[in-house]
Design a protein around this ligand. Structure first.
Ligand code: AMP
Ligand code: MG
Length: 415
């Protein structure tokens, strides 16, 4: 007699649609400027003042009246960044000025220092030789040239990376309206697992998934919560799953979703909530399981990731990352995708689409991305994810794909 899974096999696309339909963006919060890197902005930001707020010199040099032209002139004063000149530049005079300083009254241009000579530096009023004919406005940033007052400098939905954070600082927004970072709890399951710092006893292996997933969560903008390792008993598992559901928006378990007697995660999730799928047509990662559970403070998403480290990480990228992004307010939560040319022939799987780990590099001669396989693709072999920055979506069919053929590559790291 064969044992069959009670779960029907979904396509990756359908499973992802089901997942995203359950992922909701919560109400925005306010967070300090120093804590919003990577978050999605929840409101438009308009400039309350122009930038620069005063006409500012773009050079170290001399503030002049352009119409005066080249010649020798007395320097009537100095103005540096952060101060206002207490004098007016009158026709036939110049003033020393530094980059970023407000243009003194009367002056209408700046001649850079390289186009001038200081004639009698020791004198109380040095004389300056201006060698260049300048034009009105030369080397001056007029009020509002960089940012106009009232201009929308950032729009709701934009991701806050360094430039955007600089703009927030410019606009004086220190309490930033953003969507909160989803909290993601990680639980490893398995009697064979020990902590990375422990030495191996008979039958044991170190828990690689938890350290890996906690790092991955941080890298994609989630806030990780470490739930440790659970042995393969119903009680131990239940206790920690319950803790995860109370402490986090998303719970990830790894292991315990295949078909063995000690694969307790699926029945437990059936009991705790609703299992939306328990099998997906993909390689690796077929037993990936997705459930929702309603607790006091809202609906939680639960992913039962497979135990094999590669399956765990691949399913994390394919399902958890888009869900997390949607909850974090991303307008398009999907993994970014490019076309790449295979650097070598790859065998295909007749029964399941494969997510082949590869390193993409830009091929300047062919002007395309080149995808180099990371080698043997066993789902237990985490070395097959080392240096991988893409998952190649290989079609389900007999045979091989030839070197040079174009494939869809889902980006999981920097190019
Ligand atoms: P399971 O789905 O629990 O049967 O696990 C499948 C395979 O993944 C087994 O070989 C486990 O020993 C291994 N495995 C499960 N969890 C982890 C983990 N956290 N770290 C490393 N290997 C794991
Ligand atoms: Mg197990």
């Amino acid at each position: 007699m064969t044992t069959r899974s009670p779960y029907s096999m979904l396509s990756v696309e359908d499973a992802l649609d089901i997942t995203l339909a359950q992922a909701h963006t919560p109400a925005p919060v306010h967070r300090p400027l120093s804590d919003v890197r990577g978050a999605i902005l929840a409101a438009d930001i308009a400039a309350r003042e122009p930038l620069p707020p005063f006409p500012a010199s773009t050079m170290d040099g001399y503030a002049v009246i352009a119409a005066d032209g080249p010649g020798d002139y007395p320097q009537i004063g100095e103005v540096s960044a952060g101060a206002l000149a207490a004098f007016t530049v009158k026709p036939g005079t110049v003033a020393y000025i530094t980059t970023g300083a407000p243009l003194p009254e009367g002056a209408d241009a700046v001649v850079m220092i390289e186009e001038t000579e200081r004639l009698d530096a020791a004198a109380d009023t040095p004389r300056i030789r201006i060698n260049q004919q300048s034009k009105t406005g030369a080397n001056v940033r007029q009020v509002g040239v960089d940012v106009e007052v009232g201009q929308t400098v950032l729009a709701a939905g934009e991701r806050l990376d360094p430039a955007e954070i600089g703009l927030l600082a410019t606009a004086g927004i220190i309490d930033v309206p953003v969507f909160p970072r989803p909290k993601v709890a990680v639980l490893s399951t398995g009697d064979e697992l020990i902590e990375p710092g422990e030495s191996l006893g008979p039958g044991q292996i170190r828990d690689s998934n938890r350290a890996m997933l906690l790092a991955a969560i941080r890298a994609v903008g989630g806030e990780p919560v470490d739930l440790g390792i659970s042995g393969d008993t119903q009680e131990a598992l239940e206790l920690r799953v319950h803790r995860g559901l109370t402490q986090a928006d998303i719970l990830l378990t790894s292991g315990g979703v295949s078909m063995g007697d000690l694969d307790l995660v699926k029945p437990l999730l059936e009991h705790a909530g609703t299992v939306h799928y328990g099998r997906v047509r993909m390689k690796p990662g077929k037993p990936v399981t997705f459930a929702t559970a309603d607790v006091e403070r809202g609906r939680r998403l639960v992913f039962g990731l497979p135990g094999n480290p590669v399956s765990s990480l691949v399913t994390f990228y394919l399902f958890v990352v888009p869900a997390l992004r949607k909850m974090a307010g991303w307008q398009d939560p999907h993994l970014r995708q490019v076309k790449a040319r295979l650097a070598q022939p790859l065998p295909l799987d007749a029964y399941r689409p494969e997510y082949h780990r590869a390193t993409l590099t830009w091929d300047a001669d062919q002007a395309c991305f080149l995808a180099a396989s990371t080698g043997i693709q066993a789902s237990s072999r985490l070395l097959s994810m080392r240096t991988a920055n893409a998952l190649l979506a290989l079609p389900q069919r007999e045979g091989t794909m030839a070197a040079g053929e174009l494939v869809d590559a889902l980006l999981i790291g920097d190019l």
